[in-house]
Design a protein around this ligand. Structure first.
Ligand SMILES: [Cu+2]
Length: 236
């Protein structure tokens, strides 16, 4: 086969892949968020209680519990399918989630994963942290990581949004959303996120925020399309 023939053939393959993908991917939800109220002011996290932590970050660290962007969108919102999947069961992904302790903060502050999906808890600081989960629907864990580089794998077995705290540093907290399916995500810097590969159907989709509470909506997902949904958190 000469080069030109090869190029044509590769081109055809690319085309096939491009057409086939949306069919395989099903539909999805494109979620945006809005906080309907005065934009909360972020405060600087004070870490003076621990000499190491006080010097661990080059820049000031802003509080994480209510981050509303200038355009009103909200970061760190967990968006997930609450209802509509019926009895479908989903194999747990083997890729490891990460809960890192870095600069005396949990990173990420909010994440979501699937039941039985492994999560690596890691200490990247040269100071003692402990990782204390406040689970109510499953066994809680509470262990120390005294050394930089310490790692321990944990898993969650039940659906729950689990709060995690460090008993050494009271400003450290994180949330791990655990779901029995892969249709969950967390809003990032732009205050939006996507649920993909969702079979066409009717769903109840929830947006949860640690401070603003939760709102839910009924969403119809059509094959090959992403339903656009805006979740509005009303000020209390
Ligand atoms: Cu700590």
């Amino acid at each position: 086969m000469n080069n030109r023939a090869l190029a044509v053939r590769l081109g055809a393959l690319t085309l096939v892949a491009a057409i086939a993908q949306p069919v395989l991917a099903g539909g999805g939800v494109k979620a945006t968020t809005k906080y309907d109220g005065e934009r909360p002011k972020r405060t600087v996290v004070k870490m003076d209680a621990d000499q190491y932590c006080a010097k661990a970050n080059d820049k000031k660290v802003g509080s994480q519990e209510a981050i509303v962007n200038k355009d009103g969108t909200v970061r760190n919102v967990i968006v997930y399918v609450k209802d509509g999947l019926g009895d479908a069961e989903f194999e747990a992904p083997t890729d490891k989630a990460l809960l890192n302790q870095e600069g005396c903060m949990y990173k990420p502050h909010v994440q979501s994963l699937q039941t039985k999906q492994p999560m690596m808890v890691k200490n990247s600081d040269s100071t003692l942290h402990n990782i204390h989960s406040f689970a109510e629907k499953q066994r809680a864990f509470n262990f120390a990581q005294p050394q930089k580089g310490d790692e321990k794998e944990v898993t969650f077995t039940r659906e729950e949004i689990v709060k995690v705290k460090c008993d050494v540093h009271p400003w450290m907290s994180a949330y791990v959303g655990v779901f029995p399916h892969p249709f969950h995500s967390v809003t990032g810097k732009e205050g939006g996120c996507e649920l993909s590969d969702l079979p066409a159907g009717e769903y109840t989709v929830v947006a949860w925020h640690e401070t603003f509470g939760e709102v839910e909506q009924k969403v119809t997902v059509a094959e090959g399309e992403a339903a656009e949904v805006e979740f509005v958190f009303k000020a209390k």
